[in-house]
Design a protein around this ligand. Structure first.
Ligand code: HEM
Length: 121
């Protein structure tokens, strides 16, 4: 019995899932769904951006280090507070917070509106 590719049920115009199981290349790039993104701090695949507010901040101005392990949530910045036992250093290999600068040049008011929208997803 052949296994089905994990993306086989994706129905999108022009998309054909790869035949080979385990081949990750789809020929297209699918960004993760933003459903429940309000609760997904710290952000990006490596957890390198602590809050939604900071994700909308130009990468060069994002915190270089912050603590992981907090159970306190900051509903204004939208992320767990900078507290906890582990200090994440974004300057070390694999921990970079340099990507995804979309939305970083919006005005403060626009960012606030965008965050309110993201909270509804
Ligand atoms: C203002 C526009 C955008 C907003 C508000 C936005 C929002 C977000 C958020 C909140 C995340 C973090 C998800 C998480 O960590 O759980 C994310 C990740 C991501 N977004 Fe966007 N996004 C925007 C534009 C884009 C664009 C234009 C692209 C593609 C060209 C894109 C591709 C991605 C990818 C690939 C990730 C995953 C990155 C990673 O995990 O390291 N985004 N986006």
């Amino acid at each position: 019995m052949g296994r089905q590719h994990p993306l086989a049920e994706l129905e999108l115009k022009g998309y054909t899932p790869p035949q080979e199981f385990g081949v990750r290349s789809t020929g297209k790039y699918f960004a993760a769904s933003l459903g429940g993104v309000w609760a997904r701090s710290p952000y990006l695949h490596n957890g390198s951006v602590r809050t939604l507010q900071e994700l909308l901040t130009p990468p060069a101005q994002r915190a270089k280090t912050f603590h992981r392990g907090s159970r306190r949530f900051d509903p204004t910045q939208m992320g767990f507070t900078d507290e906890g036992a582990y200090l994440l250093d974004t300057t070390t290999p694999g921990n970079a917070n340099s990507g995804h600068d979309y939305g970083t040049r919006l005005s403060a008011a626009e960012k606030a509106e965008l965050i309110e929208y993201l909270k509804t997803l």
